[in-house]
Structures are given as C-alpha cells and as structure tokens.
Design a protein around this ligand. Structure first.
Ligand SMILES: NC(=O)c1ccc[n+]([C@@H]2O[C@H](COP(=O)([O-])OP(=O)(O)OC[C@H]3O[C@@H](n4cnc5c(N)ncnc54)[C@H](OP(=O)(O)O)[C@@H]3O)[C@@H](O)[C@H]2O)c1
Length: 307
C-alpha cells in the first residue's frame, strides 16, 4: 500500500522499512484527548469519516525514486522522516517533499533503531528550544520513560544538565541509564509536593499544568507542557507574561535541522534508541493494543519491510 498517490517534482518516493506506533496514533484513533480538545481534534481529523486513513507519523526507509526537481536526495539514500499530522507512515511507500522533515539516517543504526529518533526526539528537541538549557541547569522530565521522555532525558543530560526523571519504579534503571541523576517514582511520591524547584520542567504526562507546576519552576525558567488541555493552551501566553517564566504548550514545529541534530548525536554515540517492542505490519492491531495501555517504554516499532 502506498500512503500518498503520485509524487510531485520536488518529492522523493521512500520505501518504508520501519515506523512507530505512537501516542499520536493512539490519540488520533481513539479520540482520547485532553479536556476541551475533542471538538478541535474531531474537526481536524474526522467529521463523518476518518480523514487520515493511514496512521504513522514517522518513517525510516530508502529513497527509491526522486522527482525531476529533487537535488538533495538520490535513489538508494537511507533516510528518516517526520510526516507529522499528515500521518501515512504505516505504509509500504510514502512520498515526501525534499524540503520536508527528512534527513539521512544515522549510519550506525538499523532502520528499526533509527526510526525511534523521530517522534520523541524531534518533540523533545523542539520544546527544549523554547528555553536555554545550560550545563548545571536543573531539568525535571515528567513521564521520563515514554517516547518523548526518554529523548528529553538524553538531550538534557548530554548538555550537562542535572536531570530528574519521573517514572514508575520499574523504569528507574532505564531512566538512570539514559542520564538521569535522580529518579522519582510517581507511584510513591508526587514530585510537585517535594518542595524542590527546577529551571525547566517538561510535562509529558498531562498532570502538571501551570496551576500546579508553575510555582516549582525557578524565576526565568520554563514549564514545557508537551501535553495540555485547552485551557492550558489558551492561557500559555498569558501565564508566560504574568509569571516571567516560559510556559510553552501546543503543537510544535518539526524541522529537518532538528532531525539532523539528533542524527549527529546518534552517530557520535550520544543518543540511543529505546525500543520496548517491535511488531510486523501484519500485527499492527496488537501494536495498537499495547500502545493504548499508556505504559510503553520509549518506542513501539512497526517493521514494515525486511531489511
Ligand atoms: N505537543 C506535541 O506536539 C506532542 C508531540 C508528541 C507527543 N505529545 C503528547 O505527549 C505525551 C507523551 O508522549 P509519549 O510519546 O512520550 O507517550 P508514551 O510513550 O505513550 O508515554 C508512556 C510512558 O508514560 C509513563 N507514565 C504514565 N503515567 C505516568 C505518570 N503519571 N507519571 C509519570 N510517567 C507516567 C509510562 O510509564 P509507566 O509504565 O511506568 O506508567 C510510560 O513509560 C502524549 O500525551 C502525547 O500525545 C505531544
């Protein structure tokens, strides 16, 4: 199955080897979204029938054909790409503009490893770019064992920040191995009641809105709401103004520069793939069932073609 029809002159046709089943696929399929977002999401995705028939926000694969105007890629190039809200990655082929969020795959990674850089990596990187993380900054990542969280812990740690990860006790070892200096088990303790403050708090769970977490951010720091309800989205700019802290929420802009940055880290051994389970495309329903639990570690990879 090809997820988009004829390619244009600036597009490349990619044979897809791997994609992931992400929280975004789960939300799009189940319509389980934060408070206040059901109507906007329904308008974007479906009124009478699903507009996005093929899910999958990310791909790793090989360029097979290039359009007449393509200068950046050649047939045979191994690439990774973020399709974002256009979806379509759970397919054997996908057409992507050469100016889209696409870059050369890390040379030291398989397709299944490489595709894990895309969804969590570009999201964490884009949110961190809303603030300045320096060596010795204190950074707390809530939901540190998910796709975005495992990427965020690695990105903050490689800058030299002092990282606290919030996850369940079962994921303590994983999050420590990724670079966290401290781990808080959310099943035993509420990090917002601990009395500590941080330069940056990234919430990948949705239980640390500005009203609860704003006071735990140091003056001039940032609260990065990777997941937020409608109220949090609408008030982010106002809360930034009145608190003097960066309160960031909403969809982020993915860029090929971000993807290339992550590839550079991976090639120098400073960013690793975190894979919980790998499924063949034929078993995609089982993959969705597992992701629906909300308890995956890092990424769930979908193997689309044998490499
Ligand atoms: N704004 C954007 O553009 C954007 C982009 C990407 C993702 N998102 C959103 O960001 C959120 C995170 O995405 P993701 O891909 O990282 O999700 P994910 O991989 O599905 O997250 C699963 C992880 O969350 C952990 N978790 C569950 N409840 C927790 C809690 N109360 N405290 C701490 N950890 C908890 C689970 O650990 P346990 O098994 O130990 O519970 C599991 O490892 C999703 O809601 C997604 O929709 C937004």
């Amino acid at each position: 199955m090809r997820s988009s029809s004829a390619g244009g002159p600036d597009e490349v046709l990619v044979k897809v080897y791997a994609s992931t089943v992400s929280a975004a696929d789960y939300r799009s399929r189940s319509r389980s979204v934060p408070k206040g977002l059901a109507v906007p999401v329904a308008l974007a995705l479906e009124v009478f029938r699903p507009r996005k028939r093929v899910l999958g926000m990310d791909v790793a694969g090989v360029v097979e054909v290039v359009g007449l105007g393509v200068t950046s890629f050649r047939p045979g190039d191994e690439v990774i790409a973020m399709l974002g809200s256009r979806f379509g990655g759970h397919a054997e082929y996908v057409c992507i503009s050469q100016d889209g969020v696409i870059t050369a795959k890390p040379r030291n990674m398989t397709f299944t490893d490489a595709v894990t850089l895309v969804f969590g990596g570009t999201t964490a990187h884009a949110f961190f770019r809303r603030t300045a993380i320096k060596p010795d900054s204190t950074v707390l990542v809530n939901g540190a064992s998910g796709s975005v969280g495992t990427a965020a812990v690695q990105l903050a740690a490689q800058v030299g920040a002092r990282v606290t990860g919030v996850c369940s006790g079962a994921n303590r070892e994983l999050v420590t191995a990724l670079g966290a200096d401290r781990v808080i088990d959310y099943t035993a303790e509420d990090f917002l009641l601990e009395g500590r403050t941080y330069d940056v708090i990234m919430d990948c769970v949705g239980n640390a809105p500005f009203e609860r977490a704003g006071a735990c951010v140091n003056p001039g720091g940032a609260l990065l709401l990777v997941i937020s309800d409608l109220k949090g989205l609408l008030l982010a700019a106002w809360n930034t103004k009145r608190s003097g802290k960066v309160i960031a929420a909403g969809n982020i802009e993915n860029t090929s520069e971000s993807l290339a940055f992550l590839v550079g880290l991976a090639e120098s051994g400073r960013f690793q793939a975190v894979i919980d389970r790998t499924y063949d495309l034929a078993d995609i329903a089982s993959a969705h069932r597992f992701v629906d639990t909300g308890h995956k570690k890092g990424n769930v990879v979908l193997r689309i073609a044998a490499s």
